[in-house]
Design a protein around this ligand. Sequence first.
Ligand SMILES: Nc1nc2c(ncn2[C@@H]2O[C@H](COP(=O)(O)OP(=O)(O)OP(=O)(O)O)[C@@H](O)[C@H]2O)c(=O)[nH]1
Ligand SMILES: [Mg+2]
Length: 169
Amino acid sequence: MQKKLLFAGPVGSGKTTAIAAISDSQPIGTEVPLSDGAMGDKTSTTVALDYSFVRLENEVLHIYGLPGQSSLSFMREILVPGALGVVLLLDATSGTLYEDALGWVQSMRAAESQLKFVVGVTKTDLPSDYSINKLRSTLAPYSGIPVLSVDARERASVKGLLETLMVLS
Ligand SMILES: Nc1nc2c(ncn2[C@@H]2O[C@H](COP(=O)(O)OP(=O)(O)OP(=O)(O)O)[C@@H](O)[C@H]2O)c(=O)[nH]1
Ligand SMILES: [Mg+2]
């Protein structure tokens, strides 16, 4: 059976960047320019999905990235069936980090109750008042979700998330 994993999380958390960093081939993307102009070096947003694959310990993992925009949340119901697990990326500099964490876990578990999660917090190199302990306690009702700090631009960092998820899945 095909091993399917999802990258989820809000706009700008690094899903498309992480998939490009980990991929064995050029990912398939559905990027359009940001309507309000660039956010730093981010100039586009995903409007349907990202797709790529990666070989990890002799297994081929099929990787799908969701769009972060809430108006495109219907893509979750389309992409969740058959997925083994979710890499949930959250942006440390976002003022809605903790609500985002709960909202994404709740909405995706509503679509598929058995989904495994690993959380990767990006942009921890930038100034913020993000606290890993507060995030862990926010997610405590969903026991067994590891929380790691990552850089979505770094292959080794993203690979660590996938390896953690595959141990759970
Ligand atoms: N400084 C810093 N920048 C990061 C880090 N991880 C990702 N980024 C940047 O954050 C931005 C993420 O953009 P995308 O990958 O398009 O985000 P996305 O989650 O796919 O967003 P949508 O498709 O719009 O939902 C890029 O500009 C990355 O270079 C990090 O750890 N530190
Ligand atoms: Mg994207």
